[in-house]
Write a new protein. Structure first.
Length: 169
């Protein structure tokens, strides 16, 4: 990506303390476990066209995640992506491959809000991770996420920042 994006990424990361309040005030509610076909029903007609397009990309990413697991992350990530567990597309690919290696691992999510700011759109919503433990019991972790999408020159969106957090117990 161009120098402009690298400058924006530096600003985004240096101001990441501002992103946490967005998660608190983004309208995230304790909703049901997401379903593959239900993701798009959370996209509001009241959102801007850009916010709807980014949320639609978020839902397509979710759907691809169910089919392709870790491969979907590299497809939707910007080359210089920053997440709560990896920086850069290659490091992200390695981290999610490890995460998806857990027995019966599944990650579900859907956007509950989308806010456009210039060429960026922030989506936030609910998430559920599950996998089998060595004793064969199912571990289920509910949480929420925030993803920053950047509109590319071709009009498509790639995510440049992603963070998730488990719900308090």
């Amino acid at each position: 990506m161009n120098q402009s994006w690298l400058t924006r990424r530096s600003i985004l990361l240096s101001h990441s303390f501002l992103i946490a309040p967005l998660m608190l005030f983004s309208g995230i509610s304790r909703a049901q476990t997401p379903e593959k076909t239900a993701c798009v029903k959370h996209i509001s007609s009241e959102w801007t066209a850009a916010a709807q397009a980014a949320a639609q990309t978020d839902c397509q990413f979710y759907s691809d995640n169910l089919a392709d697991g870790p491969g979907s992350w590299a497809k939707y990530a910007d080359e210089h992506v920053a997440t709560s567990f990896a920086n850069g597309r290659q490091a992200l690919r390695e981290a999610v491959t490890s995460m998806y290696a857990r027995p019966n691992f599944k990650l579900e999510w859907y956007p509950e809000s989308a806010v456009e700011r210039g060429s960026f759109v922030v989506t936030a919503g609910r998430s559920v991770r599950s996998w089998r433990l060595p004793d064969q019991s199912l571990k289920v972790v509910h949480g929420h996420y925030l993803t920053v999408w950047l509109r590319q020159e071709d009009g498509k969106y790639l995510f440049v920042y992603d963070v998730g957090e488990d719900d308090p117990k």
